[in-house]
Design a protein around this ligand. Structure first.
Ligand code: AMP
Length: 365
């Protein structure tokens, strides 16, 4: 790397360290992360990548702490309102639109009273009724309140008025992981592995709470101010009621559908593990493994017909092969993914950012 490139790299690293308050976060320029993070990961020694997490389960403490605070919605409301009522849209001031979903727009917003920054997702009730999506809204709310993890987008509160539902969400300044991938075209082994490592932890936590996400893809994963992932969009998630209960609802995005869903068979949480394999392939190559017309994709998925570009490392191939297994029970478990050599040799085991916070497997409560 040239002197100048190193200086620029250092500069962007400092920018990220300077991001400490929500107000700084709201103002930070997104794109420096896209050059900083991959370069910084590549500059780490093998020793730093392999370093075991420090003692003390920081995630566990974080989760316990939040549970102790009864519900996050209550404490945020109490700070902002001083009255026993729910939020209304008038409690917020609005910034730029962050994106558009199928049923409404997401805005950057700030609580007038405390200046607390968040994303406000507004869903039109008329559209939800028109497409019979009320159940999805209910599920998104239930999953949102149940999940409390640093790698999952926090749902602070939900309220509604005559026309709309409002989801008050954690703000993820770097938007979709999809955009990051578009900027870089494809990720290095270290960047892809670090992100897959984070996703495995987030999904492992969801499964431990009996929730299957069912719609994992780069569009539904957001990126926080320091580059950490925030698993989002639980609109298609479902609750596993008993370990042996199976689902049959066909949902998700075609490129990411597991063979049991394409084949209209019963399925369980293993569908998320399949998606981890597809995601790893897409992050490393810039495209999904079973691309084609809709019909071609379905046939390719049913026959597990995919090939690797030449530049895929043997370890990455083995990792993906272990997940893209037709038989759900033969698919690698998430804890085995975390322990797999591809992740152990390539993934950064801490949260990105100024505080070196280790990512741990076991999060007993
Ligand atoms: P959704 O309706 O949840 O699919 O959101 C539509 C788009 O808004 C997403 O694809 C993101 O680009 C953006 N977006 C949603 N939630 C957030 C958030 N919490 N922080 C930043 N951007 C978001």
């Amino acid at each position: 790397m040239s002197e100048q490139a190193m200086e620029e790299d250092q500069q962007s690293y400092e920018d990220i360290n300077a991001v400490k308050t929500p107000f700084d976060v709201a103002q930070c320029d997104g794109d420096s992360l896209y050059t900083y993070l991959p370069n910084w990961l590549n500059s780490l020694t093998d020793e730093q990548i392999r370093a075991p997490p420090m003692s003390g389960n920081v995630f566990q403490q974080y989760i316990r702490q939040s549970h102790l605070e009864s519900s996050m919605a209550n404490s945020i409301r109490k700070m902002a309102l001083n009255e026993d009522r729910l939020f209304t849209v008038d409690d917020f001031e609005f910034g730029r639109p962050l994106g558009k979903g199928a049923f409404g727009i997401v805005y950057l917003a700030r609580l007038k009273k405390t200046k607390f920054i968040c994303a406000l997702k507004m869903l039109h009730k008329s559209k939800i009724n028109e497409y019979s999506m009320a159940e999805q809204v209910k599920i998104e709310t239930e999953s949102g309140f149940k999940l409390n993890h640093p790698l999952i987008l926090t749902m602070y509160d939900v309220f509604h008025d005559e026309k709309r539902f409002y989801f008050m969400l954690e703000y993820a300044p770097h938007g979709q992981l999809y955009r990051f991938l578009q900027k870089l075209r494809r990720f290095s082994d270290r960047l892809a592995a670090s992100y897959i490592y984070q996703i495995c932890h987030a999904l492992e936590y969801c499964h431990s709470k009996s929730i299957i996400h069912r719609d994992l893809k780069p569009e539904n994963i957001l990126v926080d101010c320091c580059g950490n992932l925030k698993l989002a969009d639980f609109g298609w998630s479902t609750k596993i009621r008993h370990a042996d209960t199976m689902n049959t609802t066909a949902c998700g995005t075609l490129d990411y559908l597991a063979p049991e869903i394409v084949g209209h068979k019963q399925y369980q949480y293993h569908v998320d593990n399949w998606c981890v394999g597809v995601l790893a392939y897409e992050l490393l190559s810039g495209h999904a493994p079973f691309e084609g017309t809709d019909d071609e994709t379905k046939v390719k998925i049913a026959n597990i017909n995919y090939t690797f570009p030449d530049y895929f490392s043997p370890l990455a191939r083995r990792f993906i092969d272990n997940l893209l297994q037709k038989e759900p029970k033969r698919r690698m478990q998430l804890l085995d993914c975390i322990a797999h050599d591809w992740l152990q040799r390539n993934a950064y085991k801490y949260l990105f950012g100024p505080y070196k916070c280790p990512i741990y497997v076991h999060m007993d409560e």
